[in-house]
Design a protein around this ligand. Structure first.
Ligand code: PLP
Length: 441
């Protein structure tokens, strides 16, 4: 009997006791290939000696010093590194402890920016259906999953949701990907005009949608047009790279592949690789300047911002990625994994789409490939695939999303960046069998 309230009340979970490389082990001695890095978190795998060394050393020297009194060496060094490698225009970093906190802080930064600039009427947030930005109230309001929001709606800030960029379902046969991208981006401009640009604060989007839809990348040109529209109307662009960022797609930030730089960017998960809870907001010089010349501070804060041990762990993770050239591995292994999955599952009657970038791949499971009709949501197929995979020693992330109002089944595959060829074979093989078993049940 557990006294921990997990999200799911019923059912027992295995007890994880150890992790090494790409594998996790439970108390009964079962091994699992961590092919989703948890939820796209464990980018370096488990038990990495360099990170553990850095953690020990920092905990030994200084575990905690409140940011009201001090800054710390690991926080300063990590911020320098993040800014040096950030998209154009980013000048500062605000540390938090996870993704939801990062989104929350980014939304507040956007609001304060306009207050400082004397435009307090700008407060509308535009976000997209089929998106996930976290579970705290601001982040939940922005997220596009109506089911998650429903019971908390009275507590949520009003947010406008527009169509996501979701070519598999929404691109018409008579349009190219680029044409589709421009058409769907136009939905943002239409919404801004409908609300009145002078009332709109920010547009928030994931460059590659993760938790709700299994690695759906923006089509070429979409984000560039979004950037243009935001600029035209003075609206801030917040890119949420909590899941798809920090190397997961093969470049440090997913949005550089789209040739776009945001005003605010949220990162977490792969930043600390699961070794410590840490997230951050990257903000532009213009936003920093508005605070600096205005009230002189950002009206926010948490006890653990810039936590020295968390920053030391993240710094070690990012240094290993850089030193070992792991982004190159993400690109080559990502291509190989995609080919293996295409070979094993491409012709599968219930695999409608295989998509993603780098080591951030998603499968969409449908009842009928021709019509793209999803399975009956009551079957909870994504959860069944997860269970079948676990029984075979494989961890993949089941993404339950909303497809045109109906719940859909998606599987996210996001193994650690250190993954090797023989792991890829086992992942494709076990996942193929798990999907066969789950749909046959
Ligand atoms: N934003 C995105 C894109 C996410 O995928 C997530 C988590 O899955 C979050 C925000 C929330 O992050 P956290 O769970 O660390 O609060």
């Amino acid at each position: 009997m557990t006294h921990i309230l997990h999200r799911q009340i019923h059912g027992t979970l295995p007890v994880a006791v150890a992790g090494r490389g790409v594998e996790l082990f439970d108390r009964d001695g079962r091994a699992y290939i961590d092919a989703s890095g948890g939820a796209a978190v464990s980018c370096l795998g488990h038990g990495h000696p360099d990170v553990i060394g850095a953690l020990h050393e920092q905990a030994d020297r200084l575990a905690y010093a409140h940011t009201g009194f001090f800054t710390s060496e690991p926080a300063e060094e990590l911020a320098d590194m993040l800014v040096a490698n950030a998209p154009t225009g980013i000048s500062h970093v605000y540390f938090v402890s996870g993704g939801s906190e990062a989104v929350e802080a980014a939304l507040k930064m956007a609001r304060q920016y306009f207050v400082e600039k004397g435009e307090p009427q700008r407060r509308a947030i535009i976000a997209r259906h089929q998106s996930y930005h976290g579970n705290t109230l601001g982040a939940l309001a922005a997220g596009g999953n109506a089911m998650r929001r429903a019971q908390f709606q009275p507590l949520l800030a009003e947010t406008q949701h527009i169509e996501p960029c979701y070519a598999y379902r929404h691109r018409r046969d008579d349009e190219s990907e680029e044409e589709y991208g421009l058409r769907v981006a136009q939905g943002l401009e239409d919404k801004i005009q409908e609300l009145g640009a002078e009332t709109v604060m920010a547009f928030i989007a994931e460059p590659v949608v993760g938790a709700t839809a299994g690695a759906v990348p923006a089509v070429p040109g979409y984000l560039k047009r979004v950037r243009e529209i935001c600029d035209r109307h003075g609206v801030l662009l917040i890119l949420d790279e909590v899941m798809c960022g920090m190397g997961r797609t093969g470049t440090l930030h997913a949005c550089t592949q789209d040739g776009v730089a945001p005003d605010l960017m949220t990162i977490a998960k792969g930043l600390g690789g699961g070794y410590q809870p840490i997230g951050a907001v990257l903000l532009s010089q213009a936003i920093f300047d508005a605070f600096a010349t205005g009230s002189g501070l950002f009206q926010h804060g948490h006890t653990y911002i810039g936590h020295p041990v968390a920053c030391a762990a993240a710094l070690a993770v990012q240094r290993v990625i850089e030193r070992d050239g792991l982004l190159e591995n993400v690109r080559t292994m990502g291509e190989r994994l995609r080919s293996l999955l295409a070979e094993r599952l491409g012709p599968h009657p219930h695999v409608g789409d295989l998509r993603g970038r780098g080591l951030f791949l998603g499968l969409e499971i449908v009842e009928d490939r021709a019509t793209k009709a999803p399975f009956d949501p009551a079957l909870k197929l994504h959860a069944r695939i997860k269970q079948a995979a676990m029984a075979r020693g494989l961890l993949v992330y089941p993404a339950g999303g909303t497809i045109d109002g109906a719940r859909g089944d998606h599987v996210l595959v996001a193994p650690p960046f250190i993954v090797e060829d023989q792991d890829l074979d086992r992942i494709a093989d076990r996942l193929g069998t798990a999907i066969d078993e789950a749909v046959a049940d």
